[in-house]
Design a protein around this ligand. Structure first.
Ligand SMILES: [Zn+2]
Length: 241
């Protein structure tokens, strides 16, 4: 199987996992940068690549996601990013509309969202809209709010997350709502909430490898649970993974 075919299978797995784990529903999507052309990316529905303005590389009549521009702008702004998720997971929404409480890591698996999660408000630059990101200008504004971070919340809408691989972006996007839920519940208990320290977040990141046994086990487990375990292909482990 070619590298591109394997990557498309991984993209299918990523879609299935995110749906099964309630991160995306009828809305929300995941994309991956093209392995041979960094100026293109792949997203489900139409598997024809899109360029970094969100336009299809070839016109084949498939209907495209309205919010594909989110992916295009993040890939363009962040050469280090290989995979992007946009979703509306309900547990993240309160933190986009109640700015006094920051969404930060409170559980170990939430560490990958990073120490700071900026909130993007489409109204700041674009006034009254339908809240969806429907053009590249809005998406570029979102990407600049994301900056070097892993996740940006979108006020009244959802989130965008970005990572170095599909496995990483899926894992982060599954644990983002779970971390949000734990934080919400801790707030309900009252009193001081203990966040992960910067040192703890750094220690988690130091120990992370996308194809380590621990990470792979999660991907394999979620893929099997989502009914697509037969599509799994594991690349050769890099040394010291
Ligand atoms: Zn959306």
């Amino acid at each position: 199987m070619s590298g591109l075919q394997a990557l498309i299978q991984d993209l299918v797995i990523a879609n299935r996992i995110l749906a099964r784990e309630d991160v995306v529903d009828a809305y929300g999507h995941v994309s991956v940068r093209h392995p041979d052309n960094p100026h293109r990316f792949l997203i489900a529905r139409s598997l024809a690549p899109l360029d970094l303005d969100g336009a299809p590389v070839r016109e084949d009549g498939h209907k495209l996601y309205l919010e594909r521009f989110i992916h295009a702008a993040i890939f363009a702004a962040r050469p280090d990013v290989m995979a992007v998720v946009h979703a509306h997971a309900e547990d993240t929404l309160p933190f986009g509309i109640a700015p006094a409480t920051k969404l930060r890591p409170v559980i170990h698996a939430g560490s990958f969202i990073g120490g700071e999660v900026p909130v993007w408000d489409i109204a700041d630059r674009f006034g009254d809209t339908n809240l969806l990101v429907t053009n590249i200008e809005q998406a570029r504004d979102l990407a600049s709010c994301l900056g070097p971070h892993n996740v940006a919340l979108m006020r009244g809408h959802g989130f965008a997350s970005a990572a170095r691989s599909l496995i990483e972006v899926v894992r982060m996007s599954v644990y983002l709502p779970r971390n949000a839920r734990a934080l919400m519940r801790a707030k309900q208990l009252g009193g001081e909430v203990k966040y992960l320290s910067e040192g703890e977040i750094a220690a988690r990141n130091r120990g992370y490898s996308p194809y380590s046994t621990e990470t792979w086990r999660t991907w394999e487990y979620w893929a099997t649970k989502a009914g697509c375990g037969h599509l799994l292909t594991r690349p050769d482990d890099p040394p010291n993974s």
